[in-house]
Design a protein around this ligand. Structure first.
Ligand code: PEP
Length: 256
């Protein structure tokens, strides 16, 4: 049984005081929901304060990025060593980083290695662009991204994959549960080929792209989809809570 995960990617939103307000608003109710791993990923500058606010709860903390070197003259960057002290998860290879910060497959691979080496659990994002989807190239693109991200990595530690079609991120145009289930099935098949069946069966693979309280059920009802990486809707306490609650109910029902 794979424990479902709902991870909230706050992106470049919330000042420190807004982050405090948002966590305080959701902390108690989020903590009460069982059977789902609940991860929040605020901006770097709020990690320390949020860590204190969720201390003693079942809420987990993640960062949105990292640099692959441990320390040194890399002005403005945040290292795996710094994060390991603060949080458990780290998002790597988000399409916004690939698009706006020129992150290549090679950089994503270096970041993954650095995160795994220090014991952080990476949430690796992969997904095709609209034109690739329309050209019927989803399978090819997702396979290529997966292979380049994992190149030369022997042990996947606590790696989680998020399948995030770029055309569905922040657009309000989510994919369908069936489409996503099929693509995640393919990703799992690829993981089995690259590693083995057991690794693939245990790997948690999430969907991301305009997930809301209104459509989460469609995704988590699917057998291959182990939860979601949620952007915009994770910034509203009540909506995020509803997404987590529905996931707990639906996955609990399916497994029981
Ligand atoms: C994301 O940031 O990974 C994401 C899926 O964003 P949104 O839910 O806003 O589409």
């Amino acid at each position: 049984m794979r424990v479902p995960i709902i991870a909230g990617n706050w992106k470049m939103n919330t000042t420190v005081s807004e982050a405090i307000e948002l966590v305080s608003e959701m902390r108690r109710k989020l903590d009460e929901i069982d059977d789902v791993e609940k991860v929040i990923c605020p901006p770097f500058i709020s990690l320390a304060v949020v860590k204190e606010l969720i201390r003693g709860s079942s809420i987990r903390l993640g960062a949105q990025n990292l640099y692959f070197e441990e320390k040194g003259a890399y002005t403005g960057e945040i290292s795996p060593l710094m994060l390991a002290d603060l949080c458990e998860f780290v998002i790597i290879g988000h399409s916004e980083r690939r698009q706006y910060f020129n992150e290549t497959g090679e950089i994503v691979n270096k970041k993954l290695r650095a995160a795994l080496k220090i014991g952080l659990k990476p949430i690796l994002c992969i997904g095709e662009k609209l034109e690739e989807n329309e050209a019927g190239r989803t399978e090819e693109v997702v396979t290529e991204q997966l292979e380049s991200a994992l190149a030369g990595i022997g042990s996947l530690g606590g790696l989680i994959i998020a399948y995030e079609p770029v055309w569905a991120i922040g657009t309000g145009k989510a994919a369908t549960g069936r489409q996503v289930n099929e693509t995640i099935g393919l990703i799992r098949h690829n993981v089995a080929q690259l590693y083995d069946k057991e690794v693939a069966q245990q790997m948690r693979i999430l969907y991301g792209g305009s997930v809301t309280a209104d459509n989460i059920a469609e995704f988590v009802q699917q057998s291959e989809i182990d939860g979601a990486l949620v952007g915009g809707a994770s910034l509203k306490a009540s909506e995020f809570l509803s997404i987590v609650r529905q996931t707990s109910e639906i996955k609990g029902h399916l497994s029981g």
